[in-house]
Design a protein around this ligand. Structure first.
Ligand SMILES: Nc1ncnc2c1ncn2[C@@H]1O[C@H](COP(=O)(O)OP(=O)(O)O)[C@@H](O)[C@H]1O
Ligand SMILES: [Mg+2]
Length: 328
């Protein structure tokens, strides 16, 4: 059984915006799954359809084999949702914000206090639970919103751009909480992001979305491998022209007198072995540089080819610019 199955999902907004255009994918139990793509790709629209907050134009969606379009109530009981825009009320305390959610999700009166306190404690907010939320930092606010979604004890937690607008250290902290929820409770987690680092750090699998379509789905590792891996460049004391390297270390793709280029799956692991190999063969390695592939490179390849097949090169350029700005 899959946690989520989406089949031929489309969403049209009037007059004729194809926000989501016939996408099919599934999410495994216990997986952290990422919908990655630039602004306007259709990520939020997809998430809203799955969480029953937006009605699809066509297609089917199942959660744990339950048709969520036929049984939205059942679906909502299994889901926690943290929207992209700030949803906590600043004029209430942290505790009061969670109480609203507990009531909204019909959490039994006897259970409420315990569940709220557990969720606050889990997200590291117990000591601030009686403070007004408008005095919280951005990171605390986001953690509170995750706590809100946890009151429901969801089987699947959806987070729309979980770290948008956070400073780097709060962002890391939110990532750690997301990983902890997944590891400790085996919770299935679905995030959307335009941040490739975030997707790489958190997700077991990623769907790259662009213009309402999914260009490719795979693990971050295989996505990077599929476009050729990391490039290691070695500078040798003497000519390396006669050298070869064993397959398991990588592929020799350039050999220019005292400079050798090797393409490899994972540079961190391969480099010590490559250096040892060269030194065992009598070559002294003077320096090493690495060009690590990022999901940025992966996006360029897959989103570009999907856009070119649709013939919208102009949009593609702006997409690439917006990724380049954020990527590195
Ligand atoms: N309520 C709406 N009405 C009309 N168009 C919308 C609405 N919501 C989103 N869109 C359009 O649908 C497309 C996808 O939007 P969205 O799903 O929010 O993308 P993302 O979350 O990837 O940034 C965009 O072109 C956006 O302008
Ligand atoms: Mg969005």
């Amino acid at each position: 059984m899959k946690a989520i199955e989406v089949n031929n999902l489309s969403k049209l907004y009037p007059p004729n915006i194809r926000a989501v255009d016939d996408i099919t994918f599934s999410i495994d139990l216990g997986e952290i799954f990422g919908l990655l793509g630039p602004n306007g790709a259709g990520k939020t629209t997809t998430l809203k359809a799955i969480t029953t907050l937006g009605k699809p134009s066509s297609g089917t969606i199942k959660a744990f084999d339950i048709d969520i379009i036929e049984s939205p109530q059942k679906a909502r009981q299994m889901f926690g949702y943290v929207p992209q825009a700030v949803s906590a009320d600043g004029d209430l305390t942290g505790y009061e914000n969670l109480l609203i959610f507990a009531k909204l999700f019909y959490v039994n009166k006897n259970e409420r206090e315990k569940r709220i306190n557990n969720a606050l404690k889990y997200m590291g907010l117990s000591d601030r639970s009686q403070d007004l939320v408008k005095h919280y930092s951005g990171g605390m606010m986001r953690r509170l919103e995750i706590a809100q979604a946890l009151v429901n004890r969801p089987k699947v937690l959806f987070l729309d751009e979980p770290s948008i607008g956070l400073d780097p250290s709060s962002k890391r902290q939110v990532w750690e909480y997301i990983k902890k929820l997944n590891e400790e409770f085996g919770m299935t987690i679905v995030i959307t992001t335009h941040d490739m680092l975030e997707a790489d750090e958190l997700c077991h699998r990623i769907a790259i979305m662009n213009s309402g379509k999914i260009a490719v789905i795979d693990t971050p590792h295989l996505l990077k491998k599929s476009i050729g891996g990391d490039i290691v460049s070695l500078s040798l004391q003497e000519s390396g022209l006669k050298l070869s390297i064993p397959d398991e270390l990588g592929l020799l793709i350039g050999n220019d007198d005292d400079r050798v280029l090797i393409s490899t799956d994972n540079a961190e692991i391969a480099i010590p072995q490559i250096i040892r190999h060269f030194e065992n063969n009598g070559s002294v390695v003077r320096s090493v540089t690495v060009n690590k592939l990022t999901l940025d490179d992966v996006f360029m390849k897959y989103a570009r080819s999907s856009l070119q097949s649709q013939g919208t090169i102009k949009d593609n350029r702006s997409v690439r610019r917006s990724f380049a700005r954020r990527g590195r």
